[in-house]
Write a protein that binds this ligand. Structure first.
Ligand code: UFG
Length: 336
């Protein structure tokens, strides 16, 4: 039986597809390619080009393929946009997930691995964030992911679908082979933007706020390598297969925070570029510090991040951006 990776043409999904293939799993990708890239899906992997909001097509695909497990990465994930266009987020993240779950009910699939977020916690009472802390999202993006997590409990009771939700902190880095990496349009994330400055594609990096109550005045985030994230999903699948976990949620972070200035400084070392930085206003909705405890994932899933330091994250990301200055676009350094 195959594993269905929904959003498998996207950043985190494509790295997880690679990890599944490396373990000899039979993989199928479902993606509408609205944000994902066909080139990120290996030619050997069937690609079902379906929009999850097309309920009939989604149900039909799940009924036909009856995957053993479903990994779900497809989502809209810009916090700022979720504030100005909540409807898009409730549709793309919540309604789409319900369609997928209903498809699983119809097709008889029982294992679900879900891409959740630290945004489900909102502004935590203390750090590092642990899974038992209050879930009080401060934006619609976080709320839509939390609604999904809550729906899973009800689908387990009613339909026996077992789920694991992985709440990521800041996904970053690229596959060490240099073959897969981050390519968003528009790009809003700090690390790819900083590296685009090093490539000469942007003049400078804007520091969103330098008056936060943090040691250097800039926001602190917990950056986690994409390959380590992918690995945690596989461990989640194994946990479900072994009956060791169900209706579970785990934080995935490195328990170490880095400020915006620290990221820029390290990127200067890795790239050898001056990377001019300009201090600007705060960006709405940015909590000053987000650092997660992943003790539970280590203990229960046996997760051991291999690229837990910011240097590995920046080095692999730099390799990807240098070799693919236009991302998955045709005009890359490698294929001309
Ligand atoms: N930042 C800048 N300049 C930029 C871009 C970002 O200073 O040009 C800062 C942000 O203000 C933030 C930090 O760099 O303090 C990291 O920002 P990112 O946009 O890279 O990441 P976020 O922390 O905003 O977002 C991440 C995930 C989201 C998730 C969110 C939850 O990428 O999907 O955490 O808080 F929703």
């Amino acid at each position: 039986m195959s594993i269905l990776v929904v959003g498998g043409a996207g950043y985190i999904g494509s790295h997880t597809v690679r990890a599944l293939l490396d373990r000899g799993e039979d993989v199928l990708v479902l993606d509408d390619l609205s944000e994902g890239h066909r080139a990120a899906v290996p030619a050997s992997v069937p690609l079902l080009e379906i929009d999850l909001l097309d309920r009939a097509a989604t149900l039909a695909a799940l009924s036909e393929h009856k995957p053993e497990a479903v990994f779900h990465f497809a989502a809209s994930c810009y916090v700022g946009e979720s504030v100005t266009d909540p409807g898009k987020y409730f549709r793309n993240n919540f309604v789409a997930t319900l369609n997928l779950l209903d498809g699983m009910v119809q097709g008889g699939s029982k294992r679900f691995i879900f891409s959740s977020t630290c945004a489900t916690y909102g502004e935590p009472p203390s750090l590092p964030i642990t899974e038992d802390m209050p879930k009080e999202p401060v934006n619609p993006y976080g709320r839509t992911k939390l609604f999904c997590e809550q729906a899973f409990a009800d689908y387990e009771v009613a339909h026996g679908i077992q789920s694991v939700s992985l709440r990521y902190f800041n996904a970053a880095g690229a596959h060490p082979s240099g073959e897969l990496g981050e390519d968003h349009e528009p790009e809003t994330h700090l690390i790819p933007l900083v590296l685009q400055v090093a490539l000469g594609q942007r003049e400078d990096i804007k520091i969103f706020g330098s008056d936060y109550d943090t040691p250097d005045g800039t926001c602190i985030r917990d950056y986690i390598h994409i390959v380590d994230l992918a690995e945690a999903h596989i461990l989640g699948l194994e946990g479900l297969r072994g009956g060791r976990i169900s209706r579970a949620a785990f934080n995935l972070g490195n328990e170490e925070g880095h400020s915006v200035r620290q990221v820029i400084d390290m990127a200067r070392k890795v790239t050898g570029h001056a990377i001019p930085a300009v201090e600007t206003e705060r960006r709405a909705g940015d909590p000053p510090r987000l650092v997660g405890s992943s003790a539970l994932a280590r203990e229960v899933l046996g997760w051991k991040p291999r690229y837990g330091d910011l240097l590995s994250i920046l080095e692999t990301a730099w390799k990807w951006h240098r070799e693919h200055p236009r991302g998955y676009g045709e005009n890359t350094a490698k294929n001309g």
